[in-house]
Design a protein around this ligand. Sequence first.
Ligand SMILES: O=C(O)CCC(=O)C(=O)O
Length: 263
Amino acid sequence: MNEDDKYLFDLNGYLILRQVLTPDEVAELNAGIDHHADGMKAIERSLSGDSRAMRGTSRRKDLGGMLAWERPFCEPFRKLLVHPRVKPILEEVLGKGYRLDHGPGLIAMDEGCEGGTLHGGGVERGDISEAYFYKNDKIYTGLTVVEYLLADEGPGDGGVAVVPGSHKANLACPQSMKFWDSHQEHVLEVNGQAGDVVIFTETLTHGTLPWTAKHQRRAVLYKFSPGTLSYGSGPHEVAYGDYIEDMTAEERAVMEAPHIRRG
Ligand SMILES: O=C(O)CCC(=O)C(=O)O
């Protein structure tokens, strides 16, 4: 992680890395999703709540379990646990020995899909597993999201959105802003192309804008924690099971339960 990226991550709470995946890699990941498309389910609970601006005509579809898929479909998803462009950044902000907390999970949205209300924000994240602070020349953050875009998210399409700098907010985000019903000019729609990666601290206020593009939105989210912390109930969901036995040693290390190991 170079000094500019470190500055920008601390300043804004997120980073965008361009062209991390080649078009072939994106196609391989999408092929795995297409092959398992029967498992893609519209979520039961609306994510737009009482928002007016985030309403839509359909709900987001989710799909998980990629790391346990049969070969070759699991392989490109496993590689993303330790991608050479992403790993050094996670080691900087989470520390060596960072671990997969939960995920990966696909977010798929079709044209007209509702948004998801903004959540997070410095003051609203009281627990150490979601904290963000800077001390002794070092970034400390809890749960951190790595979002691989598998479809373009262009201007006005909707999709992932953030409030830059809000990971350090001292006051709660107004409810109408979380609903995107007010102060829209302070909510940044993050744009990128398939193969780009968005990394953000979960402490940042973020959410999903309604999807307006003709093509299906696809983003795969990996949620990582420092090696000693757990946010989800779940190291056991990801850490045990036959499927990790044939991972590479580097991939398997990311699956371990939290403990005081250091890479
Ligand atoms: O739509 C997105 O990418 C944001 C997802 C989100 O809000 C979350 O994972 O907490």
